[in-house]
Design a protein around this ligand. Sequence first.
Ligand SMILES: [Zn+2]
Length: 238
Amino acid sequence: MKLDILVIAAHPDDAELGCSGTIAAQVAQGKKVGIVDLTQGQMGTRGTPELRIQEANEAAKILGLSARENLGFEDVFFKDDKAHQHELIKVIRKYQPEIVLANAISDRHPDHGKGASLATHACFMSGLRKIETELEGVTQDPWRPKYVYHYIQNNYIQPDFIFDISAYWDTKVASIMAFKSQFYDPNSQEPASFISSPEFLPFIESRAREFGHRILTQYGEGFTVERYIGVTDLFDLK
Ligand SMILES: [Zn+2]
């Protein structure tokens, strides 16, 4: 199945926190969007891999995704190396996306920057004819996505552009809250973690409001680009 946009995320919930408003907006505009999670977040303080898969599937329904899969890479220890690039190339060739949204280029969690470089490298290499891959016994055609954009996660990064997600803020929150095991729950008996503190979700909201404010709207998500953005009509810019 061909997708318009493939989101690549180191952990289940990275896509929801970083770019689910943008996903919901593009799905509403008729685009086919899928997420590939690289790991099951096995090293996360709270929850279990099985629970996070369930939560990821619930979030997929809320966002109207056309596909979501998990590559089962080792959380924290996966590398941007040949074996992992090969597995990710297979997914890129399978879905043939025009656009890839990838992890933040650097962040508090080292998996995010590593996921970003793995995604960028795999997107380029996927276009090389001499890298041969097979899926279910069938040789895959090369495919290079046209554009890779990086969403912004925990650490503040100056965005290159901001997507207006005002109409999809509630959908974004619902998709984040699908990961019940991860976020603040006063009744939880599990150990506290960085993202389960009561301050975390207000921080996500203030980030979205800051980005929204910078484009004179209510909520926004920022992205960075590893190249320059070209335009052919100044009136397309908001
Ligand atoms: Zn993460």
